[in-house]
Design a binder for this molecule. Structure first.
Ligand SMILES: Nc1ncnc2c1ncn2[C@@H]1O[C@H](COP(=O)(O)OP(=O)(O)O)[C@@H](O)[C@H]1O
Ligand SMILES: [Mg+2]
Length: 211
């Protein structure tokens, strides 16, 4: 099972969610691998901090060209139950490849206007990926750094509808634990903030329900 985590914008939480979901899945006894497709290599660096003896191991590799991504993700899928691709914010062909390899696409967003501008360009890449794959790829938005006072304006709703994506019920709030856990090569599942752990577990279970 391949989960592509992507967006056309940096700083929306792709790497944070990739690492934290990987940790949850690993604790659910899935064999998990992360493919870091971003030249910023934050998942690769995170994996260097992880204690794979004390905590469930997570195989992490960095790949940033479309052909190598196709070849290696296909190989990893043979040996791992779940392969998460931590995407790049670049506008390159790599984004279409990341999308088309996914059995599902997860797109963290912060529901603001700026995210919607990015979504329009995102749509072009998504349509390209669907054409190349020859079949539709289910996509889901994850509301990251969510706050209950946020309301969806019409523009957000239209953009979501145009893509044919759904919004996941589970949301992720702004929490210091996401920043801290990462510094130890952990996920919040392995950290002291119980609310963060509960929130990410709920999201991981919702994703498993989709697969
Ligand atoms: N839910 C959250 N709570 C607190 N900080 C967050 C959360 N999600 C992301 N961040 C922070 O936002 C910044 C960007 O997140 P990151 O996962 O690196 O985004 P991306 O991979 O999309 O560029 C990081 O400093 C990260 O710690
Ligand atoms: Mg990142």
């Amino acid at each position: 099972m391949i989960i592509s985590i992507t967006s056309l914008k940096g700083g929306v939480g792709k790497s944070t969610l990739t690492q934290n979901l990987a940790v949850c899945f690993a604790h659910m006894d899935y064999k998990v691998a992360i493919v870091d497709a971003d030249i910023n290599a934050s998942s690769e660096r995170w994996s260097g901090l992880r204690d794979n003896d004390e905590y469930p191991p997570i195989m992490t590799v960095s790949i940033d060209t479309p052909k190598a991504l196709r070849n290696n993700v296909t190989l990893l899928e043979r040996d791992y139950d779940i392969v998460l691709i931590d995407g790049t914010p670049a506008l390159s062909k790599l984004v279409s490849t990341i999308m088309l390899l996914g059995d599902i696409i997860l797109v963290p967003i912060k529901p603001s206007i700026l995210d919607i501008w990015a979504t329009e360009r995102f749509q072009e890449r998504y349509e390209e990926a669907v054409t190349l794959k020859g079949e539709s790829i289910p996509g889901y938005f994850i509301l990251n750094e969510y706050n209950a006072r946020m309301t969806f304006n019409q523009e957000v709703k239209e953009a979501v509808d145009d893509l044919g994506f759904e919004i996941m019920k589970s949301t992720v709030k702004t929490r210091q634990a996401y920043k801290e856990a990462i510094q130890y090569g952990k996920g919040v599942y392995e950290y002291k903030d119980k609310k963060a752990k509960a929130e990410i577990t709920k999201l991981a279970n919702e994703i498993i329900g989709l697969l």
